[in-house]
Ligand binder design. Structure first.
Ligand SMILES: *Cc1c(COP(=O)(O)O)cnc(C)c1O
Length: 360
């Protein structure tokens, strides 16, 4: 068995312990005589799995009782539509556009109401987070929307925007559970789990209870109505059972590691190794404004397309895979989610230093 160092932006690396446990339970989950893939979502065994997963997530994030936790499908992208459908009572929302995911969410919302772009960093290829301390928030805005960690560009909101009392909705797909967060600051927090938590196919949405109502846009599909999912504890129809089971295992792993404060420290240490290297390198450069850097996604370039390609090819051959940058930024991107060991980042930096010397 040869495991590589997988720097993919998503679907992405998962803890080896979790994969091994899942493998050991594949044929017979805890004496049930079947795999979790094969069991009824209405069974007692699965009921325990989803309830425990929810409780562990609540413990990790300190989720207050007046927030519902939903395990949904359709990817984070499905929530681009579900958000306006459920929340646009006045038909108005304000979007802060800091990358392609926020842009797509804004475009989707524009199908259902007035989606105002109140700030953007597109002028500099989304390499920074705009100042959001005093934005022109619309008086009748139903919510303010952000993508908290920009997977493609490698920026993160280190300070939440001043929404002037409006509900904050945040897509946290690529920073979910990478550090503690104060859920009470948000109306809705959601994320596709395939970046930092589990297998693609599950979206977790944490929604303040008063935002879960029957007052949704006309024509909202039953499945996309928060209330349908909340009233049925995510079991209105068959949920992504196996994915939820793996997410549950990752929550247990995170608890065992010491929780989100510890993960934050680890992630800061890991990211520092890579950023410190980039800051002193004469060949590799980070592409993002320093104060807005993400702990999870680190894009970098050499400035020479051929040299970038050579680096990616040689890195792949050496067991550092999925380092090619997103087509809109070019160069490279190392995604260093929770499950990437520190050793993986150290070895990558050693490899980069050797490459720099050999190609100077
Ligand atoms: C990957 C990603 C998405 C899209 O996720 P899907 O599950 O493929 O729909 C949305 N937002 C962010 C921040 C992402 O990283």
């Amino acid at each position: 068995m040869a495991r590589v160092y997988n720097f993919s932006a998503g679907p992405a690396v998962l803890p080896e312990e979790v994969l091994k446990e899942a493998a050991a339970e594949m044929m017979d989950y805890q004496g049930s005589g079947m795999s979790v893939m094969e069991m009824s979502h209405r069974s007692k065994v699965f009921d325990n799995i989803i309830k425990e997963a929810e409780q562990d997530l609540r413990d990790l994030l300190n989720i207050p009782d007046n927030y519902k936790v939903l395990f949904l499908q359709g990817g984070a992208s499905q929530q681009f539509a579900a958000t306006p459908m459920n929340l646009m009572k006045n038909g108005v929302a304000d979007y802060i556009v800091t990358g392609q995911w926020a842009k797509k969410a804004c475009q989707e919302a524009a199908k259902y109401g007035k989606a105002n772009k109140i700030a953007s960093s597109e002028d500099e290829t989304f390499a920074y987070i705009p100042d959001c301390s005093d934005l022109p928030i619309s008086e009748d805005a139903d919510y303010v929307y952000i993508c908290e960690n920009n997977t493609i560009y490698g920026t993160k909101f280190h300070t939440l925007p001043n929404t002037k009392g409006k509900i904050l909705v945040s897509d946290v797909s690529s920073c979910f559970l990478s550090e503690p967060m104060d859920i009470t600051k948000y109306g809705v927090v959601y994320g596709g789990v395939q970046k930092n938590i589990g297998p693609a196919g599950v979206v977790i949405s944490i929604i303040r209870e008063d935002l879960i109502t029957d007052d949704v846009l006309e024509g909202t599909p039953t499945m996309l109505k928060f209330k349908t999912q909340a009233d049925n504890d995510s079991l209105y129809n068959t949920p992504p059972c196996y994915g939820i089971y793996i997410c549950g295992k990752v929550f247990k792993w995170l608890k065992k590691m010491g929780g989100l404060e510890v993960m934050k420290q680890r992630n800061e240490e890991k990211a520092k190794i890579l950023y410190d290297f980039l800051d002193q390198s004469t060949m590799f450069k980070g592409t993002v404004r320093k104060e807005d850097r993400s702990l999870m996604n680190v894009p970098f370039v050499t400035g020479d397309k051929d040299l970038d390609a050579k680096f990616v090819a040689e890195a792949t051959a050496a067991g550092f895979v999925n380092l090619k940058g997103h087509r809109s930024v070019g160069g490279m991107r190392a995604s260093i989610y929770n499950a990437m060991p520190k050793e993986g980042v150290e070895k990558l930096v050693e490899f980069m230093a050797a490459f720099e010397k050999a190609n100077a």
